[in-house]
Design a protein. Sequence first.
Length: 379
Amino acid sequence: MTYELPTSGQRIRFQRPDLPSLNEVAPHWEAARSAHWYSNGGPVLAAFSSAIERYLGSDLHAVPVNNATSGLMVALRALCGTGRGATVLMPSYTFAATATAAVWAGFTPAFVDVSEDHWHADPAMLQEAVERETPAALLLCSTYGVAPPRATVRSWSAIAEHANIPLIVDSAAGFGSRDECGNRLGGQADAEVFSFHATKPFAIGEGGLVTTRDPDIAVELRRAANFGFHNDRIVRSGVGMNAKMDDLHAAIGLAVLDRFDEVLKRRQGYGSRLSDAFSAAGLSPQPGMSAGAVQFLPLLCKTKEQRSRLLASADRRAIELRTYFSDPLHSMPAFSRYRKTTPLPVTESLAARIACLPIYSDMSAGVLGRIEQLSTDIQ
Ligand code: T4K
């Protein structure tokens, strides 16, 4: 059997996931094998859930799922029932999965702007939108996995509470990120969703997690992720889906967790080093990035022209950059029919100037040096 890599040669690719070795995974794999139980809540999944709860602390309940997109669908269904087209407010400045999940769960997205201070949903805009749209839920994001300021999260919660609707936060890239008080993400909302996709800092292939502080919500989340079954395997109040994580991905997750703090430290180090190098050219990181899990490094260029120069130079030097989310959701054909609650000037401005640099868990000095050279090309 031969295996062909999609990209090869000296090109620096945007991500390079780092799976644990077979030796690291073996004890957990063996536990599933010898129990003859590897899905529907087997012993390894239970061990993984408990380990994640201990890691996150703060009395959080952890519901592992098969990816963050289904985690978002499960959270919406568990907290709001069937959508019947009701509006869910969300930023346009996010990955397609945020809106995709809402549409698949039966809701109608409506887009709000983000703040230029931190790139997360702007509470003032949100307040206005809630009054006008009477939404069924707020589905906000920890943009790029970075923790929003605590004051911002407090405003989001107050708006949701006042409107008597749930707050769900899509923190897909934020597992391991800390907020300004040093707390790990997971307790920002009624339900918070993380991705364990291969390209995320906590990477197991396909996987995800929903967290909540509320034990009753945790029961509903587990039910929604398991066909909607009650204990007697009867579907009563709401149709669920199969969004369960299996024990084999949980086995990989246990091995990833063992070394995750070390991985985070390295990623944050690379992020700080590269953002320092590019600051001379006037590029700025997202506030709070240094305490984030740093899936990759989004930097805001001074102008659209500077970004074009950066992308051209990266191309010449065979370095893969990305421009997540330079096609904000309201500009994508599939989502453009959904309402913008107000004009989205900050979204448009970030989208035109963002450039994302590669970050891996183990970057050599040579790779970091090659990426740093780009900063001199654009000064
Ligand atoms: N909400 C938000 C805000 C999100 O950002 C995401 C996912 C979600 C929800 C949904 O989470 P999941 O349902 O996926 O759990 C990638 C990821 O697939 C996606 O998970 C992530 N956001 C998004 C930001 O990035 P693509 O389509 O841009 O990835 P792709 O295939 O172009 O790969 C990126 C780089 O990684 C390339 O250089 C190739 C490299 N790569 C990729 C894989 C999968 C590898 O080297 N090895 C690999 O195994 O979406």
